[in-house]
Each structure stands twice: as structure tokens, then as C-alpha cells.
Design a protein around this ligand. Structure first.
Ligand SMILES: [Zn+2]
Ligand SMILES: [Zn+2]
Length: 170
């Protein structure tokens, strides 16, 4: 997504924009053509502080039951854009971006992409209460109760059951 110099330094804040999954180079987004982006901008001279957020619906697969589901992922962006290259030199702050001279547009796609990728869960579960698949027959236990667990009671666990019962009696 490219943002023009005029928008960044002159338009009223916040700016409401829209980006797409292809612009961000993300393939598993279901609201792919309309990812809303809000940029809150505060300016001072040739510098604009941008505080942005975007919400993408990511298409994920549950680690337990293997069903696919959508989850809203909210990414955040904090950058400082300056038209004055002198400002960026001598500072270790990597969030300072110099607006390229000789062009009217700044591409922030990769920054927006990172904001979403960072917020993606490592463990993807459709619901905390997801029961997953039956280890015996592979049925999705959220959808039906196959009954395998009752029939195939493993005798090796029988002593444990007795201990539990004994504890209950005491
Ligand atoms: Zn699940
Ligand atoms: Zn089963």
C-alpha cells in the first residue's frame, strides 16, 4: 500500500485506507480485497508520527480438529516518517523512515505485512474447548460422539481408576 506525500503530511487524521492481501503478499486472508487500515498521524514540521492499525481475517487450520476457521488479527504499526534525511542519521531508532526524495509515494506494504505476521498465533486452535479428533476412528469429536473411548477402555489405566475411586471414598 502506497501513501502519498500529500496524504501523509496534509490530510486530516485519522486516515482510513484499504489494502489487499496481494499488496501485503499474504495468501491466507479471507477479507483479501478489503483489509481496513487506520492511520493516526501527528505532524511536526517535516516529520509525521504514524500510529496505525489494520484488521485482517486470517484463514487458519485448527491444530486439534483440522477444521479451517477465520480469526481476526489486529496488527499495529508505529513509525516516524520524515522528509528531512538529516534527522534519520545518527539515530539507532529503526522506526524512522525517510520519505524518498524524487517520488510522491511511500510504500508501507512490508510494514503492514509484518504487523499482521507478528500477531499470528503460534498454536492455532478453533476454540479453547475444541475436543479434536478421536485417536481411534478420526471422527471430529466436536461434531459427533463416536463412543470409542467407552468401548476401547485401556486396561492399563484400570489401576488409576481404582486409585481415583479409593480417593473418592476416603
Ligand atoms: Zn478445532
Ligand atoms: Zn472414535
Amino acid at each position: 500500500m502506497k501513501i502519498s506525500r500529500r496524504k501523509l503530511f496534509e490530510s486530516p487524521s485519522p486516515l482510513q485506507l484499504t489494502t489487499s492481501a496481494s499488496e501485503l503478499d499474504l495468501s491466507d486472508i479471507s477479507n483479501c480485497d478489503k483489509i481496513p487500515v487506520t492511520l493516526h498521524i501527528s505532524r511536526s514540521g517535516t516529520t509525521a508520527s504514524v500510529d496505525g492499525e489494520l484488521t485482517a481475517k486470517s484463514h487458519l487450520q485448527c491444530d486439534r480438529c483440522l477444521e479451517s476457521f477465520d480469526r481476526k488479527i489486529r496488527g499495529e504499526l508505529k513509525i516516524v516518517v520524515t522528509e528531512n534525511p538529516g534527522m534519520a542519521t545518527g539515530t539507532a531508532d529503526s522506526d524512522i523512515i525517510v520519505f524518498p526524495t524524487g517520488t510522491d509515494k511511500l510504500d508501507i506494504s512490508s510494514l503492514l505485512r509484518d504487523a499482521i505476521v507478528l500477531e499470528r498465533p503460534m498454536k492455532e486452535v478453533c476454540d479453547e474447548k475444541c475436543k479434536g479428533l478421536c485417536a481411534e476412528c478420526g471422527v471430529n469429536l466436536n461434531q459427533s460422539d463416536c463412543g470409542c473411548q467407552d468401548e476401547g477402555f485401556d486396561e492399563r489405566w484400570a489401576p488409576l481408576k481404582e486409585i481415583k475411586l479409593a480417593q473418592l471414598e476416603n
